[in-house]
Design a protein around this ligand. Structure first.
Ligand SMILES: Nc1ncnc2c1ncn2[C@@H]1O[C@H](COP(=O)(O)OP(=O)(O)OP(=O)(O)O)[C@@H](O)[C@H]1O
Ligand SMILES: [Mg+2]
Length: 252
């Protein structure tokens, strides 16, 4: 595997048509109900142009649904989402979402990237650089279904980056990976963030949130209980719910 520390992949070198910036994100009074039952309510959120935001909170708090709303995959029952003047649906094309379980094409590793590059009208020559970037260059011709969990997730991340997203969403993307795989994914995410990709990740991994996040949105019972700088959140959480969550106590 190539060293993830020496990265030659420089997508910003490719000339692009100027596009309006998707940030800042402005969310107002967002609510989501299923059959009259509210699963998210009164969500207000402002995110600035740079960095990595971690969304944390107990199981069932509404983290994945919030991510899907922000990405425009589902529509809210109430309220609005504004990405630099655009709706979530309009902004979706310049965003990418990586789930806990990567869904890969039943083709070669390289074909998974090639497919996205073609769909996005980007140079297919980028495929090698992307695979090298995530340490999969040696496995380019191998069927993607033979990859290990950590390798498959790196391919999913490379595929997300192949779209050259302005915003990268991660929903527990490292939840079932070993510590070394987690760190290699974090290296790729940190690098993307340093190149200006806005990262919003859901994670239960407190160590990961400490390593990656600039700020933390803490959800409980479908509401934002706390939104603070990561340093403050981990050193002095403001709510009992967040304190209990960080201490491993059940919060519902
Ligand atoms: N399609 C649906 N219909 C009805 N309820 C739903 C639907 N999708 C999700 N929910 C409910 O909404 C709540 C929030 O779900 P969500 O998947 O966002 O939780 P989460 O915070 O991501 O939890 P986890 O940490 O377990 O992934 C849960 O109680 C879930 O059962
Ligand atoms: Mg979830």
């Amino acid at each position: 595997m190539s060293s993830l520390g020496t990265i030659a992949f420089t997508p910003n070198a490719i000339p692009q048509a100027a596009a309006p910036n998707l940030m800042p994100l402005r969310v107002r009074d967002l609510g989501l109900s299923f059959e009259g039952e509210a699963v998210l309510s009164g969500v207000n959120l402002d995110l600035g142009p740079h960095g990595c935001t971690a969304i944390m909170g107990p199981n069932g708090a509404g983290k994945s649904l919030l991510l899907k709303l922000l990405h425009g995959l589902i529509s809210p029952t109430t309220g609005e989402i504004n990405w630099g003047g655009q709706t979530a649906a309009a902004a979706m094309a310049r965003q990418a979402l990586v789930f806990q379980k990567p869904v890969l094409l039943r083709r070669s590793v390289a074909a998974n990237i090639d497919f996205v590059l073609r769909a996005k009208g980007r140079p297919r020559s980028l495929c090698n650089a992307l695979l090298d970037h995530v340490g999969l260059a040696q496995k380019a011709r191998q069927p993607a279904r033979l990859l290990s969990g950590g390798e498959a997730q790196r391919l999913a991340l490379a595929r997300a980056l192949a779209t050259e997203p302005d915003v990268l969403f991660l929903d527990e993307a490292t939840a079932s990976l070993d510590p070394a795989s987690i760190l290699s994914i974090e290296t790729i995410v940190r690098d993307a963030c340093a190149r200006g990709v806005r990262v919003i990740c859901v994670t239960h991994d407190i160590g990961q949130a400490r390593r990656l996040a600039d700020d933390v949105v803490f959800l409980q019972g479908g509401r934002i209980a706390e939104h603070s700088a990561a340093r403050d959140f981990f050193s002095a959480p403001q709510t009992t719910a967040a304190r209990d969550y960080l201490n491993g106590r059940l919060v519902l």
